[in-house]
Design a protein around this ligand. Structure first.
Ligand SMILES: [Zn+2]
Ligand SMILES: [Zn+2]
Length: 309
C-alpha cells in the first residue's frame, strides 16, 4: 500500500496532485484535516485553499477506531460527515487544551446531540478538571442556547492514563507544551507506525520552558508524520515571542533532528496568512529540507487533505 497526501472534497473525490508516496507494506492509518487555522476562524477568498476553520484533526486507526484531536470549528463538518456515514462506534475526542480555537466547534458537533452516539472526551491529568469545566461552561445559556447537560449523546470525560493509555490498537503518549495556560502534544503509536501532533507550542520560549528542545526531539524521534504548529515566520516570531507558537524554521529543525520519516505538516496557520503566503512557505520548507532528510516531504495542512500510511 502507498502512503500519500492528497486533497479531497468532502465527498472524498480526489482534487489535487499526489505529493509523495512510500511503499511501507500493508498498513493503513488515516489522518484527515478538518480545521487548520489558529486563533480564530478566517474564512474568505484569500484563505479558501487551505481553509479558515480552526483546529480539528481526524485519525482512523487500522482497527477502525476513530480519534479526533481538538474541537475547533472544523469539527462541525466532521460531525456532519460522521452522521452521513452512519458512524456507530465510540467517538474519542482528545483535547490539547481549552483555548477557544480548540473547543469552540463542539456545540455544533452533530453527534453530541444524537442519543445513539457515545463520545469519550479525553484530557491530560494535571488539567483535566479545569478542561471539563471549561467545556461545559462554554455551553451555559449566556454563551449558547443548549446546555451541555441537555446534549443527547452519552458523553463521558476521561482522564488520560499516564502509565499506558490505549485507544483501540494505538498507544497514546502525551507531552506538556510551551504555551500560555496549558497545552499538551500527543503521539499515537500503532504497530510500527507513529504520528505526533503538537499544536500550540513554542519550541524555544524566551523565558522558562516547561519542556525543552531535547525533550521535543525525543518525543518526535522517528515518527512517520509530524503535525506541528508553525504559525509564524522568523520575523513574526521576533515580535510575538512568548505567545506560545513556533516559526516554520524551528519546526523544520525539529523534524530534521528528530528524523521524522515521511511527512512534516505545518499547521495552526495565522489568520492573516493568505493561501499565497502559505504556498510560498511550503516551497521554502521543502527547499530547506531537500538534501538534508531522506524522502521527507513538507506540506501545509489543508482542510480536506488526507495522509494515509
Ligand atoms: Zn490555537
Ligand atoms: Zn492555544
Amino acid at each position: 500500500m502507498q502512503s500519500f497526501i492528497c486533497a479531497r472534497d468532502l465527498r472524498g473525490t480526489v482534487l489535487d496532485e499526489q505529493l509523495g508516496h512510500f511503499n511501507i507494506g500493508d498498513t493503513t492509518l488515516k489522518i484527515r484535516f478538518w480545521g487548520t487555522r489558529g486563533s480564530i476562524p478566517a474564512p474568505g477568498p484569500d484563505t479558501a485553499k487551505y481553509g479558515g476553520n480552526t483546529t480539528c484533526v481526524e485519525v482512523r486507526l487500522e482497527d477502525g477506531t476513530l480519534i479526533i484531536f481538538d474541537a475547533g470549528t472544523g469539527i462541525r463538518k466532521l460531525g456532519l460527515a460522521l452522521m452521513n456515514e452512519k458512524f456507530t462506534q465510540n467517538i474519542n475526542l482528545v483535547l490539547t487544551h481549552s483555548h477557544w480555537d480548540h473547543i469552540q466547534g463542539f456545540p455544533f458537533f452533530a453527534p453530541a446531540n444524537d442519543p445513539k452516539m457515545k463520545i469519550n472526551i479525553f484530557g491530560c491529568p494535571p488539567t483535566f478538571d479545569k478542561l471539563k469545566k471549561i467545556m461545559t461552561d462554554q455551553m451555559e445559556s449566556k454563551y449558547f442556547p443548549i446546555n451541555f447537560k441537555d446534549l443527547k449523546a452519552n458523553i463521558t470525560f476521561r482522564e488520560i492514563d499516564t502509565s499506558a493509555q490505549y485507544l483501540g490498537s494505538a498507544r497514546l503518549h502525551f507531552l506538556e507544551l510551551n504555551h500560555p495556560g496549558f497545552a499538551y502534544g500527543f503521539k499515537l503509536v500503532e504497530k510500527s507506525r507513529a504520528m505526533a501532533l503538537l499544536t500550540d507550542n513554542e519550541l524555544l520560549p524566551p523565558a522558562h520552558a516547561v519542556t525543552d528542545w531535547n525533550a521535543f526531539v525525543d518525543f518526535c524521534k522517528n515518527v512517520d508524520v509530524l503535525v506541528h504548529d508553525a504559525m509564524w515566520t522568523d520575523t513574526e516570531l521576533k515580535e510575538k515571542a512568548g505567545w506560545g507558537h513556533s516559526s516554520v524554521t524551528q519546526v523544520i529543525q525539529l523534524a530534521l533532528q528528530a528524523n521524522v520519516r515521511r511527512n512534516l505538516i505545518l499547521s495552526h496557520h495565522d489568520p492573516e496568512h493568505s493561501d499565497k503566503m502559505l504556498d510560498l512557505l511550503s516551497l521554502d520548507c521543502q527547499k530547506k529540507i531537500n538534501g538534508r532528510a531522506n524522502g521527507l516531504k513538507c506540506a501545509i495542512a489543508k482542510e480536506g487533505d488526507e495522509i494515509i500510511f
